[in-house]
Structure formats: structure tokens, C-alpha cells
Write a protein that binds this ligand. Structure first.
Ligand SMILES: Cc1cc2nc3c(=O)[nH]c(=O)nc-3n(C[C@H](O)[C@H](O)[C@H](O)COP(=O)(O)O)c2cc1C
Length: 179
């Protein structure tokens, strides 16, 4: 056996690396990750729910799917699980107040915003840069959060919208490099 193989066996016999990352360190690291800001909405019977999220990713083009990571303790997660529909609204640069409102826990988050009903029945936020209307394909439990996979049934794209960005606790917009 090679020296590195011996070392690997020794290393494994002690159970591999110890987890030493603190929550505070995790948060400080993640604050450096600049992300687009979205509001995930859902509707079940006459009730609406929605929350601000940055954890959104494209999953596949064929079939068109995306994923969002939602806290399982929140009202929106509960409604998405029940209704099996959601709309992922990528916010435009002018929608900072909306992002802040949908990040608070409140009974009536939709009062200050204009919305329409998407094909699935979920609320589409007007003037969002783009809205992805989804049927829920799968929900994977991941500790405090659920990884929600949506199959995209419709896409509503605004003309030339600049997107809202979040980094280090602050909202901003992108300035693209030219040349
Ligand atoms: C900029 C920003 C991004 C956020 N991203 C997420 C996210 O990706 N996933 C999540 O579960 N919560 C996220 N949150 C927290 C939720 O928006 C917040 O807990 C919300 O009040 C949940 O609403 P609900 O309980 O009505 O569903 C974010 C908050 C902010 C301000």
C-alpha cells in the first residue's frame, strides 16, 4: 500500500474531518454571494402566500425545470406543498420595497403589490423582470429547508428589465462590464 493510501485509511478510521464551521462563519461567507432576488408565490383555494428568496437555480431546459430552497417552517412552503403550484418572480431593480415586504412575516403581503393569476393559478407579480409559472415536480427534504423542484409551464418576460441583486445585507443592481 502507498503512503497516501495508508494515510487515507488512518484518516478514515478517525471518521474524516470534524465539522468546525460555525453558523456565524457560514453566514459571513454566504453574505459574499451576490444573488438575484425573487418572490415565490402560491395560492390554495382563496389563500395567498409569498416570500422573498435568493436560493433559486435553473435545473434543466429539457424539460424546463428550476429549483428553490424554502424554509419548511414558513407559510409559503406549507402552501406550495398543499397546492403543488408556485410562481417564481425574479424582481426588477425597482422592486426593493416589495422584496422587503415579502421577507417579513405578515398576514397581508399582497396588499401593496399588483398581481395577476398565472395559468397554474399562482399569483404573478406585475413588473417582475421574469415570472416562471410552475407545477411542483418534487420536494426534497434538506434539514430546515425543502428543495422544491418546479416544472415550468409558462414564462412571462418583461422587456429590458434590470434585475434586483442582494449582497452583504444590501439590495443593489448590476452594472455590466462593457468591452
Ligand atoms: C434577500 C432575502 C433572501 C431570502 N432568501 C430566502 C431563501 O432563499 N429561502 C428561504 O427559505 N428564506 C429566504 N428568506 C427569508 C424569507 O423571505 C422570510 O423568512 C419570509 O418571512 C418567509 O415568509 P413566509 O413565512 O410567509 O413564507 C430571504 C430573506 C431575504 C431578505
Amino acid at each position: 500500500m502507498s503512503a497516501s493510501g495508508e494515510y487515507l485509511m488512518f484518516y478514515r478510521s478517525f471518521g474524516g474531518p470534524k465539522m468546525t464551521v460555525s453558523i456565524d462563519c457560514f453566514k459571513r461567507g454566504m453574505r459574499q454571494l451576490a444573488s438575484g432576488v425573487s418572490v415565490v408565490t402560491s395560492r390554495f383555494e382563496d389563500n395567498l402566500a409569498g416570500m422573498t428568496v435568493t436560493a433559486v437555480a435553473s435545473l434543466s431546459a429539457e424539460p424546463p425545470k428550476l429549483l428553490v430552497c424554502l424554509n419548511r417552517a414558513g407559510q409559503t412552503f406549507d402552501m406550495v406543498r398543499q397546492s403543488r403550484i408556485m410562481c417564481v418572480n425574479i424582481l426588477s431593480a425597482e422592486q426593493t420595497e416589495l422584496a422587503a415586504a415579502f421577507a417579513r412575516s405578515s398576514e397581508n403581503k399582497f396588499a401593496g403589490c399588483d398581481w395577476d393569476i398565472a395559468k397554474t393559478g399562482a399569483p404573478i407579480i406585475r413588473e417582475a423582470a421574469v415570472s416562471f409559472d410552475c407545477r411542483i415536480d418534487n420536494i426534497i427534504d434538506a434539514g430546515t429547508h425543502g428543495i422544491v423542484i418546479g416544472e415550468i409551464l409558462d414564462i412571462i418576460i418583461a422587456e429590458e428589465a434590470n434585475c434586483l441583486v442582494y449582497k452583504n445585507g444590501q439590495y443593489g443592481t448590476l452594472m455590466m462590464k462593457t468591452g
